[in-house]
Design a protein around this ligand. Structure first.
Ligand code: GLC
Length: 481
């Protein structure tokens, strides 16, 4: 039907034949357990990410829903404890037993925010609303009694998170919610947002984050950066971007993360991210089903906001370039650099025919997203943006590598749009690569992977990657039965 090369199918079939799913699953289980703290899974226990992260939690819950339903339920049921009084969830919940946790406390200044939960020290920014998907996964495997208990606790929590998002973040009134910091998207240095942040620097900020300053302070920054202790600097964000993001965080903290004040400060770039909004759109659909199962009525206001959102997504479609993009929320201009986010509307909904075809064509194009180890966070082509800045970097964090949890979202999106076979190819490739890495180096669950060689990059073992492998393996095993 689609122009997928025979080669891609052939490799997939070969891989599937040689997958030892039981062994893969048990290896991934022990990699995940390595990061168990006693109450949650740290994304990476050894130090790069010892704290708790919102969407990592959700991906881990999704991975465990079928595999270890008790644990998945426990993790899910404690999520609302971390919620702020108006419904917000922070991207990061600080482990205050860590001796160095005062740094985060000082940095985030949660006391300034009316959205900070009482019992926890958190950042003041959010992350994509994956909680509805995680809840649905757990509900699907729970028995009747547990199901009601889960729904009674989670549905009101998700309602208030979604309501908070619409109420505080839909600044243009078109159903799209705005992000105030690149960390909110979960894809920290994905090029369109990173470039917008760097282009929006004030003269003073430019001075502080200039090449000269970075060279001067690079030894000091090198010792401060926890991630450098666990991964090569060529695989992490640039120092200048980290420094600018830090300046941005301080400014947000000064405003107490109050959207009205943030909006008035034109030096803060605001983005309607296509991934975030796609996730939010599907999350609302899931919420409707969850509320229905729970016998809980959704607030009328929220229902009305959901209807507006349905057409809002189309604002991110560029008919000339035939692609979805994130948008500068202040100027309403599309940020016309393709990333994996451009595929995410598949995850949001069942797309109109032409858009669906176009996105799938892009996905299966080997010069864009169908690399030997898909799906790269930034396509291989085009190589440069409109300002001749290089785009794809196969090793650097969110500038090119493939992330397994993103593959999971792409897979769900493909199935939702009737493309099950392509979803399976992507998942089998991830499983096969995991198996190879495991047999060659006894390490498989990496933070991200080189999209051309399959090499594991970033920190290891990484919880959400291990959980996603467990989920893919279980899906495959269920199919084999
Ligand atoms: C990085 C990732 C983000 C993740 C966090 C913890 O910030 O970009 O997506 O949630 O690490 O793993």
């Amino acid at each position: 039907m689609y122009n997928i090369s025979i080669n891609v199918y052939y490799t997939a079939v070969m891989q599937q034949r040689t997958l030892d799913l039981e062994t893969i699953r048990s290896a991934a289980r022990s990699e995940l357990e390595h990061n168990w703290t006693g109450s949650y899974y740290a994304p990476h226990l050894e130090g790069a990410f010892p704290d708790e992260f919102f969407w990592d939690d959700c991906f881990i819950i999704m991975g465990l829903a079928e595999d270890n339903p008790r644990r998945a339920q426990e993790l899910l049921m404690r999520m609302p404890d971390m919620q702020g009084p108006r419904g917000a969830f922070a991207n990061q919940v600080v482990d205050t037993t860590r001796p160095s946790s005062w740094v985060e406390r000082m940095n985030f200044r949660p006391g300034n925010s009316i959205d900070a939960p009482e019992e926890h020290v958190t950042s003041g920014i959010s992350q994509p609303p994956m909680l509805a998907e995680a809840t649905m996964a757990v509900v699907a495997t729970a028995d009747r009694e547990d199901r009601q208990t889960i729904l009674d606790r989670l549905v009101p929590s998700i309602i208030s998170y979604h309501q908070w998002l619409f109420d505080t973040r839909d600044i243009n009134g078109d159903g799209l919610v705005t992000q105030i910091h690149p960390y909110e998207t979960g894809m920290d240095n994905t090029p369109p947002y990173e470039n917008l942040v760097m282009d929006s620097r004030t003269r003073l900020q430019r001075g502080l984050t200039s090449g000269t300053m970075m060279t001067l302070f690079s030894p000091a920054i090198g010792t401060l950066r926890r991630d450098f202790k666990h991964a090569d600097p060529s695989e992490r964000m640039h120092n200048a971007s980290i420094a600018q993001y830090q300046l941005l965080t301080r400014r947000l903290a000064r405003y107490g993360y109050d959207m009205r004040q943030i909006e008035r400060d034109w030096t803060i770039p605001l983005v309607e991210d296509v991934t975030y909004n796609s996730i939010f759109m599907r999350a609302n659909r899931l919420l409707i089903s969850l509320a229905d199962m729970a016998g809980i009525r959704l607030p009328e206001k929220l229902e009305a906001q959901m209807i507006v959102q349905e057409s809002g997504l189309q604002e991110l479609w560029d008919p000339q370039r035939k692609a979805f993009f994130s948008r500068n929320a202040r100027t309403r201009e599309l940020l016309t650099t393709k990333t994996i986010g451009s595929l995410m509307p598949l995850y949001a909904t069942f797309l109109p025919y032409q858009q669906r075809e176009q996105l799938i064509d892009d996905l299966i194009d080997p010069t864009q997203f169908m690399t030997p180890f898909p799906v790269p966070s930034v396509p291989l082509r085009p190589a440069f943006d409109t300002k001749r800045r290089p785009l794809h970097d196969s090793r650097r964090y969110w500038s090119g590598p493939s992330w397994l949890w993103m593959n999971n979202l792409v897979g769900i999106g493909l199935r939702q749009n009737g493309e099950d076979e392509t979803a399976e190819i992507i998942e089998d490739k991830a499983l096969a690569n995991y198996q190879t890495l495991m047999s060659e180096q006894q390490r498989g669950a990496f933070e991200y992977y080189h999209p051309i060689t399959g090499e594991g990059l970033g920190v290891h073992p990484f919880s959400a990657a291990a959980a996603t492998i467990i989920q893919f393996a279980n899906k495959r095993l269920a199919k084999a039965v």
